[in-house]
Design a protein around this ligand. Sequence first.
Ligand code: OAD
Length: 239
Amino acid sequence: MADLERARGLLARARSVAVLTGAGISAESGIPSFRGAGGLWKNFRAEDLATPQAFARNPPLVWEWYAWRRELIANAAPNPAHYALVRIEAAKPQFTLITQNVDGLHDLAGSRQILKLHGDIWRLRCILCGTHWDDRRAPLPQVPPLCACGGLARPGVVWFGESLPEGIMQQAEHAAAAADVMLVVGTSALVYPAAGLIPYAKRAGATVMEFNLETTAFSAMADFSFQGPAGELLPRLLI
Ligand code: OAD
């Protein structure tokens, strides 16, 4: 693929790299994505499971869904796409991995500079006293889990209608603006503000390289749009 050669050359010369990942990067680890074939939002309604209103209405139902996903993720391992990003980070003076994923597979693979736009499924937060802590047990001994203060805990993720963690978009925008190359991997790029980072980087002069099974709303804007499984494509960027 001549384009891949060219992309490889540009990446090799880049000093500053930003990456935006979505659920598709973990698909080859066996974790279902949200949209597209086999996507979670085909079988479940986001309004019933991933909003503050849904949690207020029925905490056990929301927790059951998160407990199921935690177990699925606990049994998954990073794939060659996650590891390729670790190698790119090691080779670059400036590197930021911006992820919409809550599965923690980038951490497990060994990535360091990670901005988790949508939080972390292993994090719990008390809705009463606001304390947060990590709990990687899957299954959890008690669902819904409780805080030491007796309050109900919620998953430390961002739900629809909620704000992103304080200051994180500024950091992500800073990385996008500074990037010579932005890799966009396995995201449908339909959820904002994350998706807005792609045109943001492009306007600031980055070469945008997309890796996805399908085309997205941003494929036409990308300088390179590679179609295929990320676990096969990303390692080839490094050879
Ligand atoms: P989506 O499920 O919307 O999109 C996954 C994308 O990955 C699709 O465009 C697929 O074509 C692509 N894909 C699937 N398998 C792939 C593979 N092996 N290699 C490359 N690409 C592949 O996931 P996100 O874009 O991450 O938010 O969704 C964004 C947000 O919407 C999520 O963070 C979540 C969700 O609702 C919240 O829960 C707040």
